[in-house]
Design a binder for this molecule. Structure first.
Ligand SMILES: *[C@@H]1O[C@H](CO)[C@@H](O)[C@H](O)[C@H]1NC(C)=O
Ligand SMILES: *[C@@H]1O[C@H](CO)[C@@H](O)[C@H](O)[C@H]1NC(C)=O
Ligand SMILES: *[C@@H]1O[C@H](CO)[C@@H](O)[C@H](O)[C@H]1NC(C)=O
Ligand SMILES: *[C@@H]1O[C@H](CO)[C@@H](O)[C@H](O)[C@H]1NC(C)=O
Ligand SMILES: *[C@@H]1O[C@H](CO)[C@@H](O)[C@H](O)[C@H]1NC(C)=O
Ligand SMILES: *[C@@H]1O[C@H](CO)[C@@H](O)[C@H](O)[C@H]1NC(C)=O
Length: 413
């Protein structure tokens, strides 16, 4: 087993009923190190479960690990009801979002980007079409693919409407973020929103429907701990809860005459359950060098190696051969607490984000790796709730201005 293989990384998303069933994916931060429990040579990051939000956990053997989390959901807000959210994107015709003026600093270099529209969490649901239009105007200058984490607050329809109005070349992986403990309510609620959006907008701009986000990792964490084997009895019990929802989505799409839309699943890179992978067309794996305590100089190579040996290899061994993508990878630019200012060897900084971009993006394109860079913009609510690096993973600031990074000029496939 290589050093990379022995380092397992995972990001966990929990649900917080207090904040509603925020299916939008959230990352929990805070000082994870304080939550690590060292048992023998195994370092376990304990995850807070009570406050539902995504939590990233990194579990590594033989040495320390850190945790993190990440996921997305929203951004800052700008008052927004005009045709542009904060003046960051100009249009030659204020009434026609397709006439947006491109920013020469942006290049379509990314295979994909992780995105959650601002305000897409229950019960508030204060997202707006105007803001999503601005986001799509910006995102489309960086990539042809985005992925969502959940479907609450009408986000699937908002994104598809924005793609329609901006007339951009963009496909979206819609997301359904089920909860193991609610009897299927979150699943059905989001399924019906996705169905409505597909009925209205059709399948042309839909690249897939992802059912489940870190479901197995969450299930293990809630039922014994993240050191449990995702293919052991507890992992298989979690899979048994998720599989009917995956099957239901496949049946729904088939019934709509849209069986050409792939159905997938997303989980932390070390937490795929084989029965789940056997049931889907694609798997999306979170692979975070930050939470694996990698030095920035090694981050891109570690990410490629982990993904190849852990996820691509496992999928290739299955008869259905699901396509594998990196669901999230990136580097934080800031920490709100000194304790999380570094992952050990390297700091959270814009300079290091630039190094990760420079060493990962064009190389992954060259390697024909499908990946979703994490993430579109900083998420202020995560900083408020979790502190640490959680709110600071964006290419853009929360106000949708580009951070001080240079986007490479290599076209993504
Ligand atoms: C959206 O709702 C959140 C949560 O209630 C709130 O903090 C934020 O200020 C709201 N944003 C806007 C633009 O209204
Ligand atoms: C965009 O919004 C800004 C700020 O509200 C405004 O000044 C500008 O005129 C708007 N641009 C267009 C093209 O609508
Ligand atoms: C969802 O968004 C679409 C596109 O903006 C809009 O047409 C539709 O009315 C929205 N549905 C709800 C329930 O808000
Ligand atoms: C979704 O999964 C939950 C949990 O296993 C289950 O209770 C529910 O019946 C499922 N719903 C559908 C429509 O598959
Ligand atoms: C690309 O592939 C090369 C050769 O296998 C590998 O060394 C490198 O780490 C990969 N990089 C990325 C970002 O995929
Ligand atoms: C932006 O980053 C460059 C290095 O890439 C640095 O020289 C410059 O000072 C930075 N600008 C600001 C405003 O931080």
């Amino acid at each position: 087993m290589s050093a990379y293989q022995s380092t397992q990384y995972a990001a966990v998303d929990d649900y917080n009923n207090n904040y509603s069933h925020n299916l939008a994916s959230q990352r929990k931060a805070g000082n994870r190190r304080s939550k690590m429990i060292i048992i023998g040579s195994v370092v376990v990051l304990a995850v807070l479960i009570a406050i539902g939000v995504g939590v990233g956990v990194s579990v590594s053997k033989n040495h320390k690990a850190s945790s993190k989390s990440a996921i997305s959901s929203s951004s800052s807000s700008s008052s927004a009801s005009t045709s542009n959210s904060s003046g960051v994107v100009q249009q030659t015709d204020p009434n026609d979002p397709s006439t947006f003026i491109k920013n020469s600093a942006l290049k379509q270099a990314f295979y994909g980007l992780a995105y959650t529209p601002y305000g897409s969490q229950l019960p508030t649901c204060n997202n707006t079409l105007a803001e999503v239009i601005t986001d799509i105007q910006l995102l489309s200058q960086l990539t042809k693919r985005i992925r969502l984490y959940g479907a609450d607050c009408n986000q699937s329809a908002l994104v598809l409407e924005a793609i329609k109005q901006t007339k951009v070349d963009m496909k979206v992986y819609l997301g359904n973020y089920p909860i193991p403990t609610d009897g299927g309510a979150a699943y059905v609620r989001q399924r019906d929103l996705i169905k409505d959006a597909l009925t209205t907008y059709g399948a042309d701009h839909v690249a897939g429907v992802t059912v489940g986000n870190e479901y197995i990792l969450d299930y293990l964490t809630a039922n014994g701990g993240a050191t449990l084997d995702p293919n052991g009895p507890v992992g298989n019990a979690g899979a048994a809860l998720l599989l009917p929802n995956i099957t239901d989505t496949i049946t729904m799409l088939s019934g709509m005459g849209m069986s050409s839309i792939p159905v997938g699943n997303a989980d932390a890179g070390s937490y795929f359950n084989t029965q789940v992978l056997q049931a889907v067309n694609y798997g999306m794996a979170n692979v975070h060098p930050w939470f694996a305590n990698e030095a920035i100089e090694d981050a891109a190579g570690w990410t490629a190696e982990f993904f190849a040996t852990t996820n691509v290899a496992a999928a290739a061994a299955l008869s259905n051969k699901p396509t594998m993508y990196i669901a999230e990878t990136g580097w934080p630019t800031k920490s709100s607490s000194a304790a999380d200012a570094s992952d050990g060897p390297s700091t959270a900084s814009v300079a290091n984000l630039q190094i990760f971009i420079d060493t990962f993006v064009c190389q992954a394109n060259q390697n024909q790796t499908g990946y979703f860079f994490f993430e579109y913009f900083d998420e202020g609510w995560k900083d408020v709730q979790f502190g640490g690096v959680e709110g600071w993973w964006g290419l853009f600031n929360a106000d949708r201005t580009l951070k001080n990074v240079t986007i490479p000029d290599c076209a993504s496939p």
